[in-house]
Design a protein around this ligand. Structure first.
Ligand code: ZN
Length: 80
């Protein structure tokens, strides 16, 4: 796969939290970006994740995140 695009939605979901956190290298995040252009469900998934993560990062929510995070992780893993 020379273009670096990721074709597997499961892989997208596996990398999604690192993608949203900006922890991926440019090849991986570029591959995800390309996938999102052609895959509305994954785009919606990432958008939701981004919104949730930014909510968790708000200072006023600092005390809540552990349970919330656990819930999100559960949801992420339960999505097939
Ligand atoms: Zn997808």
């Amino acid at each position: 796969m020379s273009c670096g695009e990721i074709h597997d939605c499961t892989e997208i979901k596996g990398l999604s939290s690192d993608y949203v956190d900006g922890d991926l290298d440019s090849t991986q995040s570029g591959g995800i970006s390309k996938h999102l252009q052609n895959c509305p469900p994954c785009l919606a998934f990432i958008d939701t994740l981004k919104a949730t993560v930014s909510l968790l990062r708000m200072p006023q929510n600092r005390k809540a995140p552990s349970t919330l995070r656990a819930k999100i992780h559960k949801r992420l893993q339960g999505t097939s």
